[in-house]
Ligand binder design. Structure first.
Ligand SMILES: [Fe+2]
Length: 195
């Protein structure tokens, strides 16, 4: 169905509005020149993404799962999981360290891919189901209101990252080491030649 024929309370219209909002923030991030500006965009984007993930996982995904099928839904679940790990890392104190902006850029790329799949495959399939999408939209709006008043629930990925007590991003940690392993190896080989 064409979006133009759907009311602005239709669940899919609401979810697509969220998508537009974060896609705009990702573009703004690319254009932003100052660190302060980039940080402000990261904060806004993470809040939007967390609320969006909650309404999809609690309301939209369970309703359309059977119609869409396990293969597509499982992939969407896993994309959410990876995104939420990155979000949790970015929300840690000094999250991402010197890799912070790279981590956010990767999150943005992952989300763009996820949005494309949702809008081109998952949502059209979901619309084949006989669901009252207006009622579903009302539930989405009510859940978002509640989160704005009471806060967003802490997800499993935040607990996982918090439990890691610091670094679980091993490539970022390795990049901080002063001597590259290959140089150490070369020195050792050189020592052997000299011996
Ligand atoms: Fe999603």
């Amino acid at each position: 169905m064409l979006d133009i024929l759907m009311s602005d309370k239709h669940a899919i219209v609401l979810l697509k509005k969220d998508h537009e909002c974060v896609l705009k923030l990702f573009e703004d991030f690319k254009k932003a020149e100052s660190k302060v500006e980039k940080e402000s965009i990261i904060t806004q984007a993470l809040e939007e993404l967390k609320m969006h993930a909650v309404v999809e996982e609690e309301i939209f995904y369970p309703t359309v799962r059977k119609q869409v099928g396990a293969e597509m839904m499982n992939e969407a679940d896993e994309e959410h999981h990876v995104a939420k790990v990155l979000i949790a890392e970015l929300e840690q104190k000094n999250g991402g360290g010197d890799h912070r902006f790279a981590k956010f850029t990767l999150l943005a790329e992952n989300i763009k891919h996820h949005i494309k799949e949702e809008e081109n495959m998952l949502m059209p399939k979901a619309q084949e189901t006989k669901v009252d999408f207006e009622a579903l939209g009302a539930m989405i709006l009510a859940r978002k209101d509640a989160m704005m008043k009471n806060g967003i629930p802490v997800d499993a990925e935040h607990k996982l990252v918090a439990g890691s007590r610091g670094v679980i991003d091993s490539p970022a940690a390795a990049a901080k080491k002063k001597k590259p392993a290959i140089r150490k190896m070369a020195v050792r080989e050189g020592d052997e030649t000299r011996a």
